[in-house]
Design a protein around this ligand. Structure first.
Ligand SMILES: *Cc1c(COP(=O)(O)O)cnc(C)c1O
Length: 241
């Protein structure tokens, strides 16, 4: 059985390899360890190996880990669907939110961000695959939404995030990631004073394609911690109130 430590080394190796192929500096790609469904000791093990940034999809589950590991100075990213009654807990406890896809939610996060904390770092989630069921704004909505988000005082808009349609076809992976990059580049020609520096894209099976298309942050769960056994595509019952 491979350990979390070996898996992390393997992922860093994959990131370095993809960066070499793309002619990019590996220091330009942040590894976010997606720890949803994994218990505190698994995260502690990754932290011992030097992993700093962790991604959680469910608020209550994330809070348990944030509190348990508070002494380690980790950076917490919220990457799951956002219900409006959960924005306060997110604004109070996380450093980043990758899954903002409408103005109303961003407005609440900004209003509820405690003033003693630095601004909440935000990515706008964009649906690049056109799948109807998928979260994220449409690519053509991204620019106007970014302009609106830039006005919110307690948020810093960092970039765009996407979860593409899963496919093993590397060219189709790249095509979808390229759409997010083009969207970001277009927006940056309009907001030259505060350019978006983050492309949050790439998961365990497609991080290589994402890096080739310019990902600056890859969100990796399975390839670090193993296959999740608990169903995590829907909020756990305790998350719904
Ligand atoms: C679960 C999840 C990931 C990690 O996916 P893996 O395939 O396990 O690497 C990345 N991003 C989001 C938004 C997720 O919900």
């Amino acid at each position: 059985m491979t350990t979390i430590s070996e898996n992390l080394q393997g992922i860093h190796q994959r990131i370095r390899h993809a960066c070499a192929t793309a002619g990019r500096d590996p220091s330009g790609v942040t590894l976010l360890a997606v720890s949803k469904s994994w218990p505190v000791p698994a995260l502690a093990e990754a932290a011992v190996c030097g992993q700093r940034a962790f991604g959680e999809s469910y608020v209550q589950e994330g809070l348990i880990k944030i509190n348990a590991l508070a002494s380690l100075g980790l950076e917490w990213h919220f990457i799951g669907p956002i219900q409006s009654n959960k924005t306060r807990l997110i604004a109070e406890n996380f450093a980043w939110v990758h899954s903002v896809d409408r103005f109303k939610i961003a407005e609440r996060l900004s209003a509820q961000r405690p003033p003693h904390l630095p601004p909440l770092q935000i990515c706008l989630q964009v649906n690049v695959s056109g799948e109807k069921s998928k979260a994220g704004c449409l690519p053509e909505e991204a620019a106007p939404l970014c302009h609106a988000l830039l006005q919110l005082p307690h948020l810093t808009l960092r970039g765009l995030m996407t979860i593409p349609e899963p496919t093993e076809d590397v060219l189709r992976q790249r095509l979808q990631f390229a759409r997010l990059r083009e969207c970001r580049d277009r927006i940056n020609t309009e907001i030259m004073d505060r350019p978006l520096d983050t492309l949050s894209m790439g998961m365990s099976h497609d991080l290589d394609a994402a890096i080739l298309e310019g990902a600056t942050l890859v969100r990796i769960g399975t390839a670090i911690f193993g296959t999740r056994t608990r169903m995590v595509t829907k909020p756990a019952p305790h998350d719904e109130t």
